[in-house]
Design a protein around this ligand. Structure first.
Ligand code: NDP
Length: 284
């Protein structure tokens, strides 16, 4: 019996009843259960015009913090007391932490990605090709640069978004960024160390979609990372494995941003294996 299976059994036993099907909630509460933390992580839908009241409610009820997602990641900043370094650089918050009665906005998406990357390679001095220029790409680009990557090539379909992210990276972080308009099949340049899919290509239900790049330009010396958590086994993940590359799937980033959030809120360093197992129960 595999170790993974043991984890699943442990999880089922720990819960004793079905866990929520919300992936982040299931993942975070699996960690709470595993570490004996008497905490709850709630999934609450907040309408766009209800954000200010929701933040005031979290404050009034003494929440240790919360995650926020699209469409609230930028707007929420108005209602907070301060920002951590990455959130301030990116202008977006996905994790709020109560510190000494103040609500501080952090961005853990990119940090979670870099933790996954560091399990396979040290980002320092690395040459990175990143597909995408949306929220995930922005978070990853900033953190990879802060972790020491020397160059980042942003490859994006929309020129405006691609150029905006490239300029942000050149202006605010210590990496050299350049933009390539993604209007034809892209060849990964020789000497690239890390290739990242930070687009939504491959996300359920479009699971057969493929990035338009020349697969023969991938070499086994490259680390290939995909942000897509559902399904984790994207075509990119499968193709890169077949080419002998080291691969990070989208669950790695999701788990590690959760690890950082739990650490911020509770002070406890949760076991990422328990959290990943909870996600695998859902995503397979
Ligand atoms: P955005 O909508 O902000 O950005 C989407 C990006 O994908 C843009 O660069 C867009 O290009 C590109 N894109 C989408 N479809 C296509 C296509 N058919 N061809 C070429 N480019 C395309 O989304 P986010 O950045 O917030 O999220 C991106 C993905 O990251 C999502 O799938 C999300 O699930 C995942 N994610 C995963 C996390 C994790 O923890 N694993 C955390 C956060 C996000 P253009 O600018 O041209 O429109």
């Amino acid at each position: 019996m595999s170790k993974e299976l043991n984890f699943k059994q442990e999880l089922t036993a720990a819960f004793g009843q079905p866990i929520s099907e919300n992936p982040t909630q299931a993942m975070v509460e699996a960690a709470y259960q595993h570490h004996g933390l008497d905490w709850r992580y709630l999934t609450i839908e907040v309408a766009q015009d209800g954000l200010e009241a929701a933040v005031a409610g979290a404050r009034a009820m003494g929440f240790a913090g919360f995650n926020c997602t699209i469409p609230h990641k930028v707007k929420v900043i108005e209602y907070l007391d301060g920002l951590g370094e990455s959130a301030s650089l990116m202008g977006a918050v996905n994790c709020v932490v109560q510190r000494d009665g103040k609500l501080i906005g952090e961005n853990t998406d990119g940090k979670g990605f870099v933790e996954s990357l560091k399990e396979l390679t040290n980002p320092e001095g690395k040459s990175v090709v990143m597909f995408g220029a949306g929220g995930a790409a922005r978070a990853i680009g900033v953190e990879v640069a802060l972790a020491g990557a020397s160059s980042i090539t942003v490859v994006n379909r929309s020129v405006e978004r691609g150029e905006e992210l490239t300029q942000l990276l050149n202006d605010r972080v210590p990496a050299e960024a350049n933009f390539v308009s993604w209007d034809s099949t892209f060849n990964i340049p020789e000497g690239t160390d890390v290739v990242i899919n930070a687009t939504s290509i491959g996300l359920f239900p479009d699971v057969d979609a493929r990035l338009n790049f020349n697969i023969d330009t991938l070499t086994e010396a490259m680390v290939v990372a995909d942000v897509i958590p559902n399904p984790p086994q994207t075509n990119l993940v499968k193709d890169a494995r077949a080419k002998g590359c080291k691969v990070i799937d989208g669950l790695g980033m999701l788990v590690n941003q959760g690890v950082i959030g739990i650490r911020y809120w509770t002070g406890v360093d949760p076991d990422p294996r328990v959290m990943r197992a909870a996600l695998e129960e859902i995503f397979g």
